[in-house]
Design a protein around this ligand. Structure first.
Ligand code: 13P
Length: 254
């Protein structure tokens, strides 16, 4: 049984005040349910989030991490610092970091391993651009991005990792992959993991991201290989995010 995960990626949004309001809304509205609920604020607000959520069932994580353990890396945040602030998860390889900060498959793999070595679970994002989809290259792109991490880290590391399928063309665009499109890719991801280890593949959560909202979440989460969501814009609104979490809680994946 895979427990569904709904993660809010707040990206570079929020102030001390707006985050406090959002957290208050989430704490009030989130019932301890079947799904795991996670928020990923900007790192500078992690201490605030940790303090507000410490006695709740909601967990928190980061949006990025350094591949290095410590030292002269101005502006970076180490895996151990995330552990220090109680982070259970960190997003690695988000398409915005791949595209805007030139993060390569190898760098993403290094971050994935560094996070796990410190005790933080990576949420590995993979996804194709619109151009790649139109060329029919979707599954090739996903396979390359995933294989880079499997080869570098080893399949055993996926026992404590999450994979997020985030088609680039669906991020922040209001265009969602259909439930069928998502299922096709999620199934391919699981099959690829299964080639290395079927037990780990069966247990690994694969979540969908890309314009998930209160209206489309239930249909997406109903697919057998969609184990929850990585939610951007809709995670900034407490009520909408709670509705998405409820949709995941009702969908027990097997
Ligand atoms: P949106 O939900 O805003 O499309 O963002 C998705 C995303 O990038 C989550 O990591």
């Amino acid at each position: 049984m895979r427990r569904a995960l709904v993660a809010g990626n707040w990206k570079m949004n929020g102030t001390t005040e707006s985050i406090q309001q959002l957290l208050d809304g989430l704490v009030t509205g989130c019932q301890a349910g079947n799904s795991e609920v996670l928020v990923c604020p900007p790192s500078i607000y992690l201490a605030q989030v940790a303090s507000r959520l410490a006695t709740t069932d909601i967990t928190w994580g980061a949006q990025n991490v350094s591949q290095h353990a410590s030292g002269a890396y101005t502006g970076e945040v180490s895996p151990a610092m995330l552990v220090d602030l109680g982070c259970q998860y960190v997003i690695v390889g988000h398409s915005e970091r791949r595209a805007l900060y030139a993060e390569s498959d190898v760098l993403v793999a290094e971050k994935f391993s560094a996070a796990l070595a410190a005790g933080v679970k990576p949420i590995l994002c993979v996804g194709e651009t619109l151009e790649e989809r139109e060329q029919g290259a979707t599954l090739d792109v996903i396979q390359r991005q995933l294989q880079a991490v499997v080869s570098y880290a080893g399949i055993a590391d996926f026992a404590d990792a999450v994979v997020a399928y985030e088609p680039v063309w669906a991020i922040g665009t209001g265009k969602t992959a259909t439930a069928e499109q998502a299922q096709e890719v999620h199934q391919a991801i699981r099959a690829q993991l299964a080639e290395a280890d079927s037990g780990i593949a069966a247990g690994c959560r694969i979540v969908y991201g890309g314009s998930v909202n209160a209206g489309n979440a239930a249909e997406l989460f109903a697919k057998p290989d969609v184990d929850g969501g990585l939610v951007g814009g809709a995670s900034l609104k407490a009520n909408e995010f709670i509705t998405i979490c409820q949709a995941a809680g009702e969908e027990q994946t097997v």
